[in-house]
Design a protein around this ligand. Structure first.
Ligand code: NDP
Length: 272
């Protein structure tokens, strides 16, 4: 019998997850169907439960429902609990098991695909929303020299660090104090680029040979990537992360890990 999955979000029409999971299933020979489900902003729980009650096996969750996905989970993995957000749900009878594969996907893209070591690195994480929260514990588990978080609304970054228990390796910093610091990896986890905006980080924050990572994907040369390019940094967008987090979700659901390289290459090819 064909197992059914979906990505639930609002908006969701742009999501490339169906294409990615179809490519994984072709590789592994798994018989799955994966669709997009648009949930009303006040109707996530209802959309999810009717999908599950219709016999589905699991779901991915995207903006703006990751916190609700965590809240509705009846059980969760440590990596979902750490950021209090879930992007991968597995259904088991009445149980909903919440997981979060975003941090795994980000670290794997940076270390394996982009060959940028995170161990011992000085990392700046810009943003304190769901995406930043979801990847923090995975970044810390890579043992960076430091993970510093900054945000337009500084109190949100401060509160998040306090919640997690800050340390010499994990702290928050105000945007206007960044001019005195340099980083090996700068990750833009804000949604500023959606509206062609730029977080107010100084061009001097990029160290020599640094990597600038735009978590959003498919927007071309965003103001953040332009700033980083002007500073001489290497740049990447979040397409690799998207595919890596999807592969980890596929593994959670199916117990088999698809190969991501060909799928990233497929998505990077211009449409003909
Ligand atoms: P949220 O809405 O939860 O958080 C938005 C964050 O962006 C906040 O920190 C907010 O700051 C900041 N922000 C918004 N506009 C601006 C601006 N103009 N200048 C500076 N900061 C700004 O969104 P998410 O955290 O869920 O998502 C963030 C991004 O990450 C999205 O673009 C999403 O597409 C991407 N993403 C990519 C993934 C992938 O697989 N590649 C996976 C997950 C997310 P403030 O607190 O001050 O409002």
């Amino acid at each position: 019998m064909t197992d059914r999955y979906a990505v639930i979000g609002n908006p969701v029409a742009h999501s490339r997850s169906p294409e990615i999971h179809a490519a994984f299933a072709r590789q592994t020979g798994d018989d799955i169907q994966y669709e997009r489900l648009l949930a009303p902003t006040d109707g996530f729980a209802q959309t999810l439960c009717s999908f599950r009650d219709g016999g589905a096996s699991g779901a991915n969750v995207t903006v703006p429902f990751k916190l609700e996905a965590f809240a509705i989970s009846t059980e969760f993995t440590p990596r979902a609990r750490d950021g209090k957000s879930a992007n991968t749900l597995a259904f088991d009878g009445n149980k909903i098991i919440g997981d979060n594969t975003d941090g795994f996907g980000l670290c794997r893209d940076i270390e394996q695909n982009l060959h940028q070591p995170l161990r011992g690195a000085r990392i700046l994480l810009v943003g304190a929303g769901g995406a930043a929260r979801g990847v923090t514990s995975a970044l810390l588990s890579c043992k960076p020299e430091s993970l510093v978080i900054t945000n337009r609304t500084q109190s949100r970054a401060d509160a998040f660090v306090e919640e997690c228990g800050g340390s010499e390796h994990f702290s928050a910093i105000a945007l206007d104090l960044l001019s005195a610091r340099q980083f090996d990896v700068v990750i833009n986890a804000t949604s500023a680029s959606l509206s062609a905006g730029l977080p107010e980080i100084p061009v001097t924050c990029f160290a020599d040979n640094s990597l600038a990572y735009e978590m959003m994907y498919g927007k071309g040369m965003t103001p953040f990537l332009k700033l980083a390019t002007d500073a001489g940094a290497r740049t990447a967008d979040g397409l690799g992360m998207l595919v890596e987090q999807a592969a980890e979700a596929f593994f959670v659901w199916r117990g088999v890990r698809p190969s991501t390289g060909p799928v990233i290459a497929q998505l990077q090819r211009p449409a003909t």
